[in-house]
Design a protein around this ligand. Structure first.
Ligand SMILES: NC(=O)c1ccc[n+]([C@@H]2O[C@H](COP(=O)([O-])OP(=O)(O)OC[C@H]3O[C@@H](n4cnc5c(N)ncnc54)[C@H](O)[C@@H]3O)[C@@H](O)[C@H]2O)c1
Ligand SMILES: N[C@@H](CCO)C(=O)O
Length: 437
């Protein structure tokens, strides 16, 4: 006997919701063939009901009350694609309490309330699936949680925000102004409702929180992520990085060290020859280093309507296949079973060890020696000290690439440089990431 369709209640029918509705309808037969049964949207909550009707047609009941969908007996699985954290937490917890599975693309919700939501889901034996929340079209949660389960994961690093990568690419390739590039990303549906989440690195930090938990078996720890966005990044550094053979990318990095884990989102220099340097526009890429697998790399769209729908629907297919199994027993929400998860100390900023780029503005030309002598006195491992190419308005600049050094040593060197009479203004520092081993 054919199984009855999986009945979906959806909250939000904007960029992601409308894409999900469209792809579910277009690929109905393939999706049902994979899921073992049909997947039907039976109810949608929207703010603007007439706009929603234009997307879903007459056949799907609409409401402006999300809680009605979250708790309705005809709904088997709640798809939360409205965004935000406060009300979304209430809807999701209500759905779980009513025995419903949840699929969400809302990384802010899970980064902030994941511990509570996953605990509730375990208690009620339901799934909370969130592939669409991280690097949308790339099945990276699945890769970490299922494909790489043999490994002790050493690090995860990547470009995990489409909007900022789009802006950086436009600034570099088309010399487009930051604000114009951001407006374009918003018009294309890539940016968060509040784009400060993208450009300040917060969205990438939300995603990194979920990746790190799946990689290391540690609870979601958003508050511990060191977060730096791209708003303070200057065009001159993009050009100077190019001169040195690097490109600047906003990276999320979670790395296991002997003393603890690094969790950080920062603009960083990546070697121009590295694959990561060639991830452009709204594309994302994630690298994972496992002790057995070695380095693996995943590439795909990082934002967009149907690109995110692809992941949301994959989660729905997983739910459709559960068929009465206790969801958290089949695949734990964060890759590890709850009893096997453990807190890991997070390294403070001062203890993070990487190579660094320094741009030192000088009063006069040809003052490389002054900078080199000062850095030698600081016992900083220096790999390269060169003059920046002449740029009108940029003044005289010396560029430095260091070897591996902890942040506290860099801070001391910058302090000393700042006090040097030959130095003319603020020294800029950025991390350099080899992303090699
Ligand atoms: N846009 C992307 O590329 C993308 C990718 C991955 C994840 N996400 C995440 O997916 C979620 C939705 O993003 P989006 O881009 O589709 O946003 P959106 O603004 O395009 O759509 C959200 C929709 O939800 C509706 N909504 C909000 N609050 C509501 C409420 N109380 N009741 C009924 N409807 C409500 C809004 O009116 C809007 O139509 C967010 O959590 C976002 O972070 C977005
Ligand atoms: N605003 C997000 C959407 C995808 O999560 C981004 O640009 O990456």
């Amino acid at each position: 006997m054919a199984m009855r369709p999986l009945r979906v209640g959806m909250i939000g029918i904007g960029t992601v919701g409308s894409g999900t509705f469209r792809v579910l309808a277009r690929n109905q037969a393939e999706i049902a063939g994979r899921a073992g049964r049909g997947i039907e949207v039976v109810m949608v909550a929207a703010r603007n009901l007439s706009r929603a009707a234009g997307i879903v047609g007459d056949g799907v009941p609409l409401t402006d009350d999300p809680m009605h969908v979250a708790t309705h007996p005809d709904v088997d699985v709640l798809v939360e694609v409205a965004g935000g954290t406060g009300p979304a937490r209430d809807w999701v917890l209500a759905a779980i309490a009513h025995g419903k599975h949840v699929v969400t693309a809302n990384k802010a919700l899970l980064a902030e309330h994941g511990a509570e939501i996953f605990a509730a889901a375990r208690q009620h034996g339901v799934a909370v699936a969130y592939e669409g929340a991280v690097a949308v079209s790339i099945p990276i949660v699945k890769a970490l949680r299922e494909g790489l389960t043999a490994n002790r994961i050493e690090w995860v690093a990547g470009i995990i925000n489409g909007t900022t990568n789009f802006i950086l690419s436009k600034m570099r390739d088309e010399d487009l102004d930051f604000a114009v590039a951001l407006a374009e990303a918003q018009a294309l549906g890539y940016a968060e409702a509040d784009p400060a989440f993208d450009i300040e690195g917060v969205d990438a930090a939300h995603k990194l929180t979920l990746l790190a938990a799946n990689a290391f078996g540690s609870p979601v720890r958003f508050a511990d992520v060191q977060v730096e966005g791209i708003t303070a990044l200057q065009g001159v550094d993009v050009a100077c990085a190019e001169q040195l053979g690097y490109r600047i990318k906003l990276l999320g990095i979670a790395r296991r060290r002997d003393e603890g884990v690094e969790l950080r989102v920062q603009p960083a220099l990546v070697p121009a020859a590295h694959l990561m340097a060639h991830v452009n526009g709204s594309m994302n890429a994630v690298m994972v280093k496992g002790d057995a697998s070695g380095v693996t790399m995943y590439y795909g769209a990082g934002a967009g309507s149907e690109q995110t729908a692809s992941a949301v629907i994959a989660d729905l297919v997983d739910v459709a296949r559960l068929d009465g199994t206790h969801a958290a027993q089949r695949v734990p929400h964060l890759g590890f079973h709850a009893h096997a998860m453990s807190e890991l100390p997070v390294l403070p900023r001062a203890a993070v060890r990487t190579s660094h780029y320094l741009r030192v503005p000088m009063h006069a030309a040809n003052q490389i020696e002054a900078v080199a002598a000062l850095l030698a006195g600081q016992q900083l491992p220096v790999q390269q000290v060169v003059l920046a190419a002449e740029r009108p308005q940029a003044g005289h600049q010396v560029l430095v690439l260091t070897g591996l050094a902890v942040q506290s040593a860099i801070d001391l060197a910058v302090h000393a440089l700042q006090a040097h009479p030959a130095v003319n203004g603020a020294v800029t520092t950025l991390r350099v990431e080899a992303l090699a081993s």
